[in-house]
Design a binder for this molecule. Structure first.
Ligand code: ATP
Length: 265
């Protein structure tokens, strides 16, 4: 059972190697009700870390605790308190959003009345109400993303793990998703999210962790990061580029420059 610990996520000395080390002794914590943004250049190990936390990839060593539950020795209990939303979410084309959400709620053995209430609430929050009874097969990528996100949130997880949740969303959809996430954090839910949209991390995150080469190279509030960086400017972009340098790992392209072109509402 989850403990009453105030730590929603406790990652300690996590390692994962493919042909090269992808995650190399990473440790970080996310407190209850905290919004934590995980930043890093391409190939830094962000997705690999989150996949291990979500129980989708076996770690070589280290430990992960989700709301006090050891995710490696008790993965089912850990999965009950977390939500995982990958960057390419999957929904069933032949189901309508309402059917999909009721199906997912059924997998969690939720009471039908509560499931319907939660489904209606999310469909409204994500502007999907008018499409509640249309099949997902005809939906745009952004609409499918919002349906998948609603499905991941319906069982009232205490820790939400999001990998690039805003990629591919238009400004209006991004705003809807950000509003839902902020509302959940205000209720005490914890979020760890990867993003290349630094403006989102700057605006939404309580704390920001920067990883490079599979290791946490900086962490703190925006103010704390400002003090750690020697950047002349003081935007998160300046701090980020100062800390990780301007070049992505294994990449000859300028680091975040192309990604920073993405703008959100
Ligand atoms: N299944 C895999 N098999 C082999 N190598 C992998 C696998 N998954 C990830 N890697 C490698 O591990 C390293 C970290 O990848 P990861 O996807 O975690 O980075 P990331 O920080 O999420 O990058 P991005 O910002 O581009 O999504 C990369 O070098 C990647 O090529």
């Amino acid at each position: 059972m989850p403990s009453s610990s105030t730590t929603a996520l406790d990652i300690s000395n996590l390692h994962k190697r493919f042909s090269e080390p992808a995650v190399n002794g990473l440790s970080l914590t996310v407190q209850d009700g905290e919004f934590y943004a995980l930043l890093g250049p391409n190939g830094a190990g962000k997705t690999t870390t989150l996949r291990m936390v979500a129980g989708l990839l076996e770690a070589d060593s280290g430990s992960v605790k989700v709301c006090g539950v050891d995710a490696f020795s008790d993965p089912i209990a850990a999965k009950q308190v977390l939500a995982w939303v990958p960057d390419e979410p999957m929904v069933y084309d032949k189901l309508t959003p309402l059917e999909y959400l009721e199906f997912v709620a059924g997998l969690w053995s939720m009471q039908p009345d509560l499931a319907r209430f939660k489904a209606d609430t999310f469909l409204e929050s994500f502007g999907l109400e008018p499409h509640a009874n249309e099949r997902c097969g005809g939906f745009s990528k952004g609409m499918r993303q919002k349906v998948a996100l609603a499905g991941a949130l319906i069982h009232e997880p205490r820790l939400i793990i999001l990998d690039e949740p805003l990629t591919g969303l238009d400004a209006g959809s991004a705003r809807q998703v950000k509003k839902v996430l902020s509302g959940l954090v205000a209720q005490g839910v914890s979020i760890i999210m990867t993003t290349h949209i630094l403006e989102v991390a700057e605006r939404m995150a309580d704390r920001i962790g920067i990883i490079a080469g599979g290791q946490l190279v900086a962490e703190g509030t925006l103010e704390e990061l400002r003090k750690q960086a020697s950047a002349e400017g003081n935007s998160l972009e300046d701090i980020f580029l100062d800390i990780v340098g301007g070049v992505s790992e294994g990449d000859t392209q300028p680091g975040m420059a192309n990604l920073l072109d993405e703008k959100v509402a």
